[in-house]
Write a protein that binds this ligand. Structure first.
Ligand code: NAD
Length: 678
């Protein structure tokens, strides 16, 4: 656990990667010094950033004033003495070991001894770069993916001298800048390139050995991995020589299996891109798909055997970094252990490579993939949801594993901190699960899922030891309800809370209509659930939705302090708003019913917040609004347990309304819902 905080950063090298990394850091609100060899190169880097942000304005991702603020946080310079102020440096200069060593020597001279120094090297050992600094223990690899302002993945690489503290500080810094970190040992190709590069080279080998032509391999690869670009197109886009150099490194360091095939060398020598033209031959699908899947199955299992990364991080790397819909181990589990073993065998046979232990010993149920993990953070037991690429959304598997992990955590007899990996705390539930079950007429599965979640949430507060929700990011729907079920909620300034359910035809069914009013008061709870309004951390604190807001670096300390107060006493709904500014909202929602508001009988007295609220309610499902209102009113006077039972008991009613299917499917289909108006 780290109390490390990134207040100021630097990026060395203002090229393609460096400028993108600096842009991302500044976009997340952290000042960054961008260093290059001379002012011209610095200006070039700043120009790349400006252009990209301008495109963002045109695409309405940013407002012009946001762009100004982002640019205002980036200081371009060639003066290294400015580096004495920074907490974190990311080096992204040419991929040349001597150049990198020179840079790290200079960093050693200019940076504070406690600054974290990261290298974005793709092919060198981090230990070799670290060796030239006076503090190698504070050096890590920070391997970003192109384009680093857009691709969330970063591999955090510890070498043999990196301290746990430095590794964790580097990790926390990546989360603070909105990245999804995965851990890697200091090994060739780290995690993702270790299987991605062979995926490219094996595609070339399929061409070379006449198994299929380029058009067929492209088509089959896209279909098997459910991706938009096949291996040859990807090489064309990212540079054919880069693939060859990466394969050369892996081949040299690991095994000839990884080395580039002759056809790839010839292609690089020709200076041409691959010609993608032609018709795919569908009869070759199996041969191509099985070979590429087998390649990934072998390499991914092998790197886990070597303890380069965990199963979970290997999968997250593929989903976040490469945008595959499933990671290698999910794919293994999908095709089945026996078939996966056969596919891998087909790839490694001719090289005489042994089957990795992980894959060889996998049972018929496949390879276990953990989505919730037990650990320790300072003096607290930690329970973490590890689905960062899905914003830690709850599904049957996550909830099932959380039940398991929580009971283990309770057995440790210490306070518990509940958190999520990556940018979000927990952003709701998998909507597709609801839609699939509604379409299949299997509501009992939805009920079972919700009831299991409700049972888990009921155990989170009032125990012998406190449970603290560590909301570092988005807490939406079921996520906000999970936080509310804990004894305490600590939020970072980037956290936000919202209950969007009535906008998708349902009501918050994990305590949103019962625990929320007991925290913030019935009228404000109604406002939040009826409008779906998302609150930032400051507003959440103002109304009592969370207990503390602290900076990112202070989160863990604040969780420990709150946990030391023991579990929270049962909350009683306040009879007045905690902050005066909320009085109009309070008065409005205590005066008017849903029907009065929807039929235009409610007087907003020209208050813009209330006018907006009324307008928003007009786009929600009236069925869901009325049901939520009934639960709010009927539950308010009941003991909490009875009130929660009431909420659960009405689930079938809300899910059986046509608004539920319409609202939930509209979200998946990315369109506005058309609710039945009554
Ligand atoms: N391009 C990718 O897709 C990718 C992906 C992951 C990692 N990487 C790694 O990122 C690093 C940078 O790659 P890039 O594609 O941005 O390269 P680039 O050539 O676009 O940029 C390198 C920049 O570093 C500057 N530079 C060189 N020596 C310097 C020094 N001594 N001090 C300050 N600045 C110096 C150069 O002037 C240039 O602006 C490499 O290590 C590369 O392996 C690249």
């Amino acid at each position: 656990m780290s109390k490390f905080e990134v207040r100021k950063t630097a990026v060395i090298g203002a090229g393609n990667m460096g400028s993108g990394i600096a842009q991302k850091i500044a976009t997340e609100g952290i000042p960054v010094i961008l260093v290059d060899l001379d002012d011209e190169k610095v200006q070039r880097g700043l120009g790349i950033i400006r252009d990209l942000l301008q495109q963002g304005v045109e695409r309405r991702l940013f407002r012009p004033e946001q762009v100004e603020a982002i640019l205002g946080r980036i200081e371009g310079t060639s003066d290294w003495s400015r580096l004495s102020e920074v907490d974190l440096v990311v080096e992204a200069v040419f991929e040349d070991l001597e150049v990198k060593k020179q840079v790290f020597q200079r960093l050693g001279e200019h940076c504070r001894p406690d600054a974290i120094l990261g290298t974005n090297t793709s092919s060198f050992y981090v230990r070799d770069v670290a060796a030239v600094t006076p503090h190698p223990e504070r050096v890590v690899g920070l391997h970003y993916f192109y384009h680093p302002a857009k691709n969330r993945l970063v591999e955090v690489i510890g070498h043999e001298k990196t301290t746990d503290e430095a590794f964790q500080a580097a990790w926390a810094a990546q989360e603070a800048i909105g990245k999804t970190p995965i851990g890697s040992a200091d090994a060739p190709g780290f995690v993702v390139n270790r299987y991605f590069v062979p995926w490219l080279t094996e595609s070339v080998k399929l061409l070379e050995t006449g198994v299929a032509d380029i058009a067929t391999i492209e088509w089959a690869a896209k279909k098997a991995f459910r991706i938009g670009m096949g291996p040859f197109e990807l090489m064309n886009v990212t540079g054919v020589p880069i693939a060859m150099h990466a394969a050369d490194t892996l081949g040299r360091e690991l095994h000839s299996f990884y080395a580039p095939p002759e056809t790839l060398r010839q292609q690089v020598a020709s200076g041409e891109l691959w010609n993608l033209d032609g018709e795919a031959d569908s009869s070759k699908y199996e041969a191509v798909a099985n070979h590429l899947l087998g390649t990934v199955f072998y390499v991914a299992s092998q790197l886990v055997d070597e303890e380069v990364a965990t199963v979970e991080d290997t999968d997250i790397g593929a989903r976040v970094g490469l945008r595959w819909s499933l990671g290698p181990f999910q794919l293994i589990n999908k095709v089945g252990t026996e078939k996966a073993q056969q596919m891998a065998q087909g790839v490694i046979e001719s090289y005489g490579l042994p089957m990795p232990k992980l894959l060889a010993e996998a049972g018929p149920d496949g390879i276990p993939i953990s989505l919730a993990s037990l650990g320790q953070r300072g003096s607290l037991t930690s329970v973490w949801v590890d689905r960062p690429d899905a914003m830690n959304a709850l599904n049957e598997e996550v909830v099932g594993q959380l039940v398991e992990v929580f009971s283990q955590a309770r057995q440790q007899g210490r306070p518990i901190v509940l958190g999520g990996s990556g940018k979000a705390f927990i952003a709701g539930a998998d909507i597709k699960f609801f839609v699939d079950n509604l379409r299949a007429n299997t509501f009992p599965r939805i009920y079972q899922f919700t009831a299991t979640g409700a049972k888990l949430l009921a155990t989170l507060s009032g125990g012998d030891h406190a449970v603290v929700a560590r909301a570092q990011g988005l807490a939406l729907g079921g996520g906000a309800e999970t936080a509310l079920a804990c004894d305490w909620i600590v939020a970072s300034p980037k956290a936000s809370f919202g209950f969007p359910e009535t906008g998708i035809g349902i009501y918050p069914g994990l305590g949103g209509t019962q625990r929320l009013p007991r925290r913030v008061g019935l009228p404000i709870a109604k406002y939040l659930v009826y409008t779906g309004q998302i609150l930032g951390a400051k507003q959440a604190l103002e109304i009592g939705l969370c207990d503390q807001v602290v900076s990112f670096g202070e989160l863990d300390g604040a969780c420990e302090r709150l946990a030391s107060q023991g579990s929270a006493p049962e909350r009683q709904a306040p009879s007045a708003p905690q902050a005066k500014a909320w009085q109009p909202v309070w008065d409005f929602f205590s005066t008017y019913s849903v029907d009065q508001i929807l039929s235009g009988q409610a007087d907003t007295q020209g208050n813009p917040v209330l006018e907006k609220a009324v307008k928003k309610m007009g786009s929600k499902s009236s069925v869901a609004l009325r049901l939520a209102e009934r639960l709010f009113n009927e539950g308010a006077d009941l003991p909490l347990a009875d009130a929660l039972a009431l909420e659960l008991a009405n689930l079938e009613e809300v899910f059986s309304s046509p608004d539920a299917l319409e609202g939930l499917s509209s979200l998946i289909e990315g369109r506005r819902p058309a609710f039945v108006t009554t």
